[in-house]
Design a protein around this ligand. Structure first.
Ligand code: SF4
Length: 430
């Protein structure tokens, strides 16, 4: 979502004649977009600010604005700690950015804009053309969260759930497609909680399915509780909806899920997975895991490993629990650090083995790849992603950017899969 927000901030600031530059030392204005999910987020902000100061030591100071969730959560502290920073703007207040920049140009004072007026922000987005021309683009449809998982800062930094207007979303999708996008990922902190005038996420997917030049649709991030029947049906009906779902589970233990306030049990999670597989047998899953959440005992951890083995998630993002200031879980007693690390290693080894097997099974298979760009350093090499978002590289003398091609997988490395383009005629004859 920060990538989407950063691009939209660029679209907004163009209105006051600020243009993006890759020459850092020439910038008149620096905007640092921040994420509060990872550990030491605030320290990273000051580290980045230090880099800007160094760059401009002997030059005119640029306007420096911190935006995003760190600005929202710790704006006060950030402004007090470093007078070099001109403003903090929370993720729901980007509509103010042009005014803030212009004000800073004239009045030299600090600005703290961290209110939760999502409607204003979405109003401005409606009147700001999305200039993104990437093959694969993000489109925010929903922000904020009302779930209040005990470990998570999102409800405090992004505010309550708010869904964008259905027609405005389709208008923005249309302009992305006109710009050349062939894949759209619908974004929301709780994307499947989308609700606007009786329209749900599934309505957006069905509407996008009809767009001729759009080849692929994805959505992220979902909550298991909001996997409603209409959305499950979309996985059966919509060919453009990709068969990979990122569905965070966090733990395999009901005791821990309850303590996290996740609002679902493992049985309910498995039921969703089962139903999705019934709708589309090709579907595979990715997930997030918190290892060593407060109160996690050996049995709970073993349940998480068991879940990994059962579902065989093809991508998993696992981290040791780390407390976020202001969340209820930050007050809870932590699991011993050594034990936590040991559990993470065990879990990640299981996940790695599953991923390795999955990749081995891809060898000599034919997959469909949407090509996104030409590789800069290597001649005639193109980069794309298959339906499961695996990065795939092939050789091609022709420009294949924006095209979906069949690829025979020949080998893989830790990060990338390598293949050969299949001659379509040859493939059909075979
Ligand atoms: S559902 Fe997701 S965004 Fe909402 S509180 Fe839980 S972890 Fe955070």
């Amino acid at each position: 979502m920060n990538e989407y927000d950063s691009n939209r901030i660029l679209d907004i600031t163009k209105k006051i004649n600020y243009l993006p530059t890759t020459k850092k030392s020439e910038a008149d204005c620096y905007i640092i977009n921040t994420c509060h999910i990872r550990e030491k987020a605030t320290e990273k902000v000051f580290h980045d600010v230090g880099r800007v100061k160094k760059e401009f030591r002997n030059k005119k100071k640029p306007i420096l604005i911190i935006v995003g969730c760190v600005a929202q959560a710790e704006g006060d502290l950030i402004l007090k700690k470093d007078r070099y920073i001109d403003a903090v703007i929370g993720p729901q207040s980007y509509q103010s950015i042009n005014k803030v920049i212009e004000d800073i140009e004239f009045k030299k004072k600090q600005y703290d804009i961290t209110n939760f007026e999502t409607i204003d922000k979405f109003d401005l987005l409606k009147s700001t053309i999305n200039c993104n021309s990437k093959i694969s683009s993000f489109l925010t449809i929903q922000e904020g969260c009302d779930k209040f998982c005990k470990f998570c800062v999102v409800p405090y930094t992004r505010g309550p759930e708010h869904s964008r207007n259905f027609d405005e979303i389709l208008d923005e999708a249309e302009s992305l497609i006109r710009n050349g996008s062939r894949e759209i990922t619908l974004l929301g902190q709780n994307v499947n909680a989308y609700q606007n005038n009786n329209k749900r996420l599934s309505d957006i997917i069905y509407a996008l399915e009809k767009k001729r030049d759009l080849k692929r649709i994805r959505y992220t991030t979902s909550h298991p509780k909001d996997m409603t029947n209409d959305l499950l049906d979309a996985h059966k009906d919509c060919e453009k909806l990709m068969p990979l779902l990122h569905l965070p589970v966090q733990s395999g233990s009901n005791k821990i899920l309850q303590s996290m306030n996740r609002k679902h049990t493992i049985q309910e999670y498995l039921e969703v997975i089962h139903k999705l597989k019934e709708k589309n047998s090709k579907i595979k899953f990715a997930s997030d895991f918190i290892i060593a959440y407060p109160g996690e005992e050996d049995d709970d951890f073993n349940e998480t490993c068991k879940l990994m083995e059962t579902i065989k998630f093809i991508n998993s993002y696992s981290f040791i629990f780390s407390p976020r200031p202001g969340t209820p879980a930050s007050e809870m007693k932590m699991v011993d650090a050594k034990l936590a690390k040991k559990r993470l290693i065990i879990f990640q080894n299981i996940a790695e083995k599953i991923k390795l097997n999955y990749k081995k099974n891809l060898l000599n298979q034919i997959v469909k790849v949407l090509f996104e760009n030409k590789m800069i350093k290597e001649k005639n090499k193109y980069f794309g992603r298959d339906e499961y978002q695996n990065p795939v590289v092939v050789n091609s003398k022709k420009n294949i950017i924006g095209q979906e091609k069949r690829v025979l997988i020949k080998k893989f490395s830790q990060q990338t899969i390598y293949g050969e383009l299949i001659d379509n005629n040859k493939f059909l004859a075979a």
